[in-house]
Design a protein around this ligand. Structure first.
Ligand SMILES: [Zn+2]
Length: 306
């Protein structure tokens, strides 16, 4: 007998089940030792939600096989929506699935410059120098924030122009483990950027989600083939199966967008039906440092739509 959340209610120590004779309440018979059993791990754990069950009758006894799902942090379903995928990085601060690049050159350059200026002021050691270090720090933060606001505005505009209902980022926790070259400064910048995009997008009715970034840099966004050799260098993506070649960050941005869609459809492998993918080649020489404007590289703009 199959139960879902309409035909069954799951309580802590019992379940209310619909039967031909009306609702009945059946008490669970659980192991006495409640620690580290499947019941304590899934059934009695707030991190898991009960989604349904099957009732089995065997040797005169009833067994209820309960299904649980850890969906506390799962993104909201994307139904009939379109997703703008965003890849974050140290060389390219942000790259979208529509082929927009925001270089991080300017940020990295300022950073180096400020670090240098602070160092020479600190060596000076006077009271004047000390006060100057603080004002340099404030200016630095302000300048970075201003730049990040511009990028955030650009990302939201890109989503609006392409009728996207969602913007997908990779999950920002553990980013330093994934990108060993990431500094505290970059973590701060990614965090700020995500925050700015979140509230700016929300004001336009666009939801912003974070997806599990696993394999987004090694997976082919065209055929789904996933292997480390697909990414021979930092910038280059070259699928060992179908031969798809493109800028690695652009390929990753598409995968991030697709991941948000796939987390809903459960489709594995290639792109789900209805997702428009760009087959054109991205000209990586078109990626230049762009302090105040983004660079649109020579590809058709596209959205991943369901
Ligand atoms: Zn491929």
């Amino acid at each position: 007998m199959e139960y879902n959340r309409r035909t069954a209610t799951f309580n802590e120590d019992s379940a209310s089940l619909a039967t031909v004779g009306g609702r009945i309440t059946a008490e669970y018979v659980l192991p006495d030792e409640a620690r580290d059993t499947p019941h304590s791990r899934y059934l009695l754990n707030d991190d898991y939600e009960t989604t349904g069950a099957t009732l089995h009758y065997r040797n005169g006894e009833f067994f209820l096989h309960v299904r649980t799902k850890a969906d506390v942090n799962d993104p909201e379903p994307v139904e009939n929506g379109t997703v703008l995928g965003v890849d974050l990085g140290i060389e390219n601060l942000a790259v979208t699935s529509t082929g927009m690049f925001w270089s991080a050159d300017e940020l990295n350059h300022w950073r180096t410059e400020y670090v240098e200026r602070r160092r020479s002021l600190q060596e000076c050691g006077t009271r004047w120098a000390h006060e100057n270090v603080q004002s340099v720090g404030q200016k630095e933060t302000g300048r970075f924030e201003q730049y990040l606001h511009r990028v955030a505005n650009g990302l939201v505009t890109e989503a609006v122009e392409h009728g996207c209902s969602h913007i997908a980022f990779e999950r920002l926790t553990d980013i330093r483990e994934r990108m060993p070259r990431t500094r505290k400064f970059h973590e701060w910048a990614f965090d700020r950027l995500f925050g700015y995009v979140s509230y700016k997008a929300e004001a336009r009715g666009i939801s912003v989600e974070q997806v599990n970034p696993q394999y987004t840099s090694q997976r082919c966004s065209t055929c789904g083939f996933t292997v480390r050799e697909n990414r021979p260098s930092q910038d280059t993506f070259c699928c060992q199966s179908c031969g798809y070649e493109n800028h690695a960050d652009y390929n990753a941005a598409k995968n991030i967008g697709l991941k948000l869609l796939r987390s809903q459809t459960g489709t594995e492998g290639g792109a789900p039906v209805g997702v428009r993918l760009n087959s054109g080649m991205l000209n990586t020489s078109g990626v230049t440092s762009a302090p105040s404007e983004s660079v649109r590289v020579g590809v058709h703009a596209e959205c991943h739509g369901l």
